[in-house]
Design a protein around this ligand. Structure first.
Ligand SMILES: C[S@@+](CC[C@H](N)C(=O)[O-])C[C@H]1O[C@@H](n2cnc3c(N)ncnc32)[C@H](O)[C@@H]1O
Length: 225
C-alpha cells in the first residue's frame, strides 16, 4: 500500500547527535555507512559535507521536497505541543528548553530539505521500507545505523524486527541500534527476545552512551557479523 503523506511525522536529528548516540569514532565515520529510517535527519548531508560516505534509506523518500517541507511545517506545532505536555520525560541539560529543541530539530530538517533533491540524484537518499530486500549486494556497507526507529516501535512486533535487522545484517558488517527502549522509555520483553535471537548468531554488545534526552534512552546495541 502506498505511504500517505498525512501518516508520516518527520522529525530529524543532526550529525552531533548521531555521533554521540552511535559512539561513532573518526575511524567509524570514514567507513561506508547506511542509515535506516534516517528520514529528515541532517546526518547524511553533514557527513557528506565532511567527505564521508553515507546512504540513507527511508520510505518517506517517495515524497517530493515540497511535500516533505509542507508536512514538516504541519507537524512541527503538534510535536512541540506533545513535547511540552511530556516535558518531564526528557532530560534538559544539553538541550535546555523547548525553544532550543525546536530550533535544533528545525535546523536539521532544513539542512536535509536543502540537500534532498541533490541527494536523491546522487542516490544518497534511497526510497526503501524495511524489512523489504534492498537491491544492494551483501556487505555493501561497513556500519548500518537505526536511530529512534527499530526496537522503539514495539507494536511492529518480533517478526518484523527479526526480518528488518536480518536485512540490515545482510547489507552491513555491523549494525548499531539506538535506543534500547520503547516510546515510553520502557524496556520490553520483545526487545529482549530480539537481542537474544541475534546474540545466538552474532557477537552482540550493549553500550551506554552520554546521549540521553529521553529519560533512560541511553543504550546502544551493536551487532557484529
Ligand atoms: C522517529 S524518525 C527518526 C529519524 C532519524 N533516524 C533521526 O533519529 O533523526 C523514524 C523514521 O523511521 C522511518 N520508518 C518508518 N517505517 C520504516 C520502515 N519500515 N523502514 C525504514 N524506515 C522506516 C520513518 O519514515 C522515520 O523517518
Amino acid at each position: 500500500m502506498a505511504l500517505k503523506l498525512d501518516s508520516i511525522v518527520p522529525w530529524g536529528r543532526n550529525i552531533d547527535e548521531y555521533t554521540e548516540m552511535f559512539l561513532l569514532s573518526d575511524e567509524d565515520l570514514k567507513k561506508r555507512i547506511a542509515g535506516f529510517g534516517d528520514g529528515p535527519a541532517s546526518f547524511n548531508y553533514q557527513a557528506t559535507m565532511r567527505g564521508y560516505n553515507v546512504t540513507s534509506f527511508d520510505p518517506i523518500y517517495c515524497f517530493s521536497k515540497s511535500q516533505l517541507e509542507a508536512r514538516i511545517n504541519e507537524v512541527r506545532t503538534v510535536i512541540m505541543k506533545q513535547m511540552s505536555e511530556n516535558k518531564e520525560n526528557y532530560i534538559w541539560n544539553k538541550i535546555k528548553s523547548l525553544e532550543e529543541l525546536e530550533s535544533i530539530r528545525m535546523a536539521s530538517m532544513m539542512l536535509f530539505l536543502q540537500d534532498y533533491e541533490k541527494g536523491l540524484i546522487e542516490k544518497r537518499y534511497v526510497f526503501h521500507e524495511l524489512p523489504d530486500r534492498i537491491d544492494y549486494p551483501d556487505d555493501s556497507f561497513e556500519i548500518g545505523l537505526s536511530s529512534h526507529f527499530l526496537l522503539m516501535y514495539t507494536s511492529l512486533g518480533y517478526d518484523f524486527h527479526i526480518a528488518a535487522i536480518s536485512e540490515m545484517l545482510r547489507l552491513c558488517k555491523q549494525v548499531r541500534i539506538f535506543p534500547l527502549c520503547d516510546l515510553d522509555s520502557n524496556a520490553s520483553e520483545m526487545i529482549e527476545r530480539v537481542i537474544d535471537y541475534f546474540s545466538k548468531k552474532y557477537n552482540v554488545v550493549i553500550r551506554c552512551t552520554d546521549y540521553e534526552f529521553q529519560k533512560d534512552a541511553n543504550k546502544l546495541l551493536i551487532i557484529n557479523k
